[in-house]
Design a binder for this molecule. Structure first.
Ligand code: PHE
Length: 343
């Protein structure tokens, strides 16, 4: 009977049939299990004669099952390898790829242009002390100029409004103060970053980006400022025929002050392409006010300089032809795919 069982195991057609044989022999009510149980009812002599045979039979069956199982599994694998061919020539599914946001792109372009002019990059905090954002920039407390910018004030939860010591910086100009008070002149730097004003329409968002420029040295004049701005704007818009307009203006921290407009034309959307069907203000600038230089502990008779602040998002709009600033910060993937840059 045992040799017949072994034959059936060796020729089991598949894993299911093999398992059924295993149960019929070694399971709870299997034939070999029954023989093992019968040992208990035998006399000692009988048992010592029978036990080795029964154990040997169990061993043989267990081994035969394991061997057949390995054979059947190997055969199954062979079959799968033969049928499931991997076609390496199939194209891989396309993976969506992100783009560089136009603001990041323009910030990189600006850093590169100014690096060529010998400017380094400085940074400052977005939650700024009022002294850096206003006071040191010649806007003392209660000075009406503080109202020029719609400021977000920071207050501790449950705190006293009189203790509003911090603001979300309204411009990158506080970085002028931070660098002048921490590094010895001469200075030549740009400071890119986010700034905040409570304002929103097609060309204003509550958060936007500026790049500040600051040069502090001896014998710096308005001529240096004009040359620098012209050189930078021509490099940025990648053409020599752009039209610039410098308008006298007022900032508490520069004297004299000038705002710079670039002419745009409809030739290819509202872009800067030479010509001037309209003007777009792109930056504020001027000679650093002697009081600001003195506020930073420098002697204004020895050190002079110029500063400017430019709106990065507007520069991007004018160079790449977008007409709504708000779209910059909506995170709409279709917009990003269209206007973003492949890295
Ligand atoms: N901080 C000014 C603004 O945001 C721009 C500016 C910077 C003007 C530096 C003059 C000099 O409007």
């Amino acid at each position: 009977a045992d040799s017949e069982l072994l034959d059936r195991i060796r020729s089991a057609p598949d894993l299911g049939a093999l398992d059924a044989l295993r149960v019929s022999a070694l399971g709870k009510s299997g034939s070999i299990t029954a023989q093992l149980k019968s040992l208990g009812k035998m006399s000692p002599d009988e048992r010592s004669a029978e036990a080795p045979k029964i154990h040997a039979a169990r061993e043989a069956v267990t081994e035969a099952i394991a061997a057949r199982k390995a054979e059947l599994e190997a055969a199954e694998l062979e079959k799968r390898l033969a049928t499931e061919k991997v076609d390496l020539s199939l194209p891989a599914p396309e993976r969506p790829q992100g783009t560089v946001h136009p603001v990041s792109q323009v910030l990189d372009e600006l850093a590169e242009i100014f690096a060529d002019l010998g400017f380094s990059v400085a940074e400052g905090p977005e939650i700024e002390e009022q002294w850096f954002n206003f006071t040191a920039l010649n806007m003392p407390e209660f000075h009406p100029a503080r109202a020029m910018q719609d400021t977000f004030y920071c207050r501790r939860i449950g705190g006293d409004p009189a203790e509003e010591a911090h603001v979300l910086r309204t411009h990158t100009s506080p970085v002028q103060i931070r660098t002048m008070t921490s590094q010895p002149p001469p200075l030549r730097l740009i400071a890119p970053g986010r700034v905040y004003r409570s304002d929103s329409d097609a060309t204003h968002t509550p958060m936007f980006h500026q790049v500040e420029g600051l040069v502090i040295d001896k014998g710096i004049t308005m001529g240096h400022l004009k040359w620098t701005l012209e050189t930078f704007l021509k490099a940025f818009f990648e053409r020599d025929d752009i039209v610039l307009r410098m308008r006298p203006s007022y900032f508490p921290f520069t004297e004299p002050s000038a705002e710079v407009d670039v002419g745009w034309s409809m030739e290819k959307g509202r872009r800067v392409v030479g010509g001037c069907e309209g003007w777009m203000e792109v930056l504020g600038s001027g000679m650093v006010h002697p009081k600001v230089i003195a506020n930073c502990g420098l002697d204004p008779d020895e050190w002079q300089g110029f500063a400017f602040g430019t709106g990065v998002d507007r520069l991007a709009m004018l160079k790449y032809g977008m007409d709504d600033l708000r779209a910059f910060f909506d995170g709409d993937l279709r917009w990003l795919k269209h206007y973003g840059f492949r890295s």
